[in-house]
Design a protein. Structure first.
Length: 311
């Protein structure tokens, strides 16, 4: 009892009873004992809060999301907005454009967790994400479509979205751009589905407009992209002086509208529709959050010959 006498001899027994967990009421005249007020506000065990685990909310959120994924096989897959994606048609769809392939991936190749996975149901133009593994060429700032492997289901209603961030750890949180600045639900984890995911890079979209240029850089027309019928395949990805440079093989239908010639008269060439195949050059500057398409090169058009599209 001597250890409690430092507060006040009159209330030493009551303090010992309080600390021992007794439920008996204490009749204390707080206004006559300043030391008791100090004890209540600073030293009482019930007023000492434990530090919150910063990962607790993340683990709970991940568990809820995993449970949501498990239920999708029964109720049908939905995107982050709660909408059910439209079924993908078999005619000219990205799912049927190429045969499925199988591969084995390991995080040790990138200095990550040395986990090895067998990936099946992936297309040749897709980059795999499964478990802790995220393909090294998947870079924030570029635009992607995401498909659940071994299915025809695309996340986010099949929309092309800009990748914002790839988290760290075992289950990496992958976040895409959202519709609202203060609330973004376009995310998932790399291990959210046992099949894994296929990421396909997107450089050119329908309704894009470019400038048609001759090989000497002279503008000679305008280009309107009508459609992109085939998947776009990344052929190279490199970092030069902090700048990420990707080259993507694209096939598109486009309408070319020729402009005035140097002599000031309107071109005698009529507007034409073409099926064009070229190499899109996309660059992400150091410190930038968004990659931009610079040119579509290696294009050959009738009459014009070799040329390129400039953005």
């Amino acid at each position: 009892m001597a250890e409690y006498d430092q507060y006040h001899p009159k209330y030493a027994a009551d303090i010992r009873s309080l600390l021992s967990g007794s439920d008996e009421p204490l009749l204390l005249a707080e206004e006559g004992w300043p030391e008791w007020k100090v004890y209540r506000t600073a030293a009482h065990p019930a007023r000492i809060r434990k530090a919150l685990d910063p990962t607790a909310s993340r683990r709970m959120e991940n568990a809820v999301f995993r449970k949501w994924w498990q239920e999708q096989s029964e109720v049908g897959l939905k995107d982050s907005r709660g909408e059910t994606p439209e079924p993908v048609s078999s005619s000219g769809s990205e799912c049927d454009a190429e045969d499925d392939v199988e591969c084995t991936v390991s995080g040790s190749d990138m200095g990550d967790v040395p986990a090895e996975y067998s990936v099946s149901g992936i297309k040749r133009h897709e980059m795999p994400v499964k478990g802790t593994y995220v393909h090294k060429t998947i870079v924030p700032g570029f635009h992607y479509k995401v498909r659940v492997l071994n299915t025809k289901r695309f996340l986010f209603a099949g929309r092309t979205l800009r990748l914002i961030d790839v988290g760290r750890g075992y289950g990496k949180r992958i976040t895409f751009q959202g519709e609202k600045l203060n609330r973004n639900s376009n995310f998932f984890w790399s291990d959210s589905h046992p099949n894994g995911f296929g990421f396909s890079v997107v450089a050119v979209n329908a309704n894009d407009e470019y400038t048609l240029c001759s090989m000497d850089g002279r503008p000679i027309g305008k280009v309107h992209v009508g459609s992109v019928p085939l998947p776009q395949r990344e052929v190279s990805s490199e970092i030069v002086d902090g700048k990420v440079i990707k080259k993507v093989l694209v096939t598109m239908t486009c309408t070319v509208q020729y402009e005035e010639e140097r002599h000031g008269f309107r071109s005698i060439l009529q507007d034409e529709d073409f099926l064009v195949r070229g190499l899109a050059l996309i660059e992400k500057e150091k410190g930038s959050r968004q990659a931009r398409l610079k040119t579509v090169e290696d294009i050959t058009l009738p009459i014009v010959g070799r040329c390129f599209f400039s953005n």
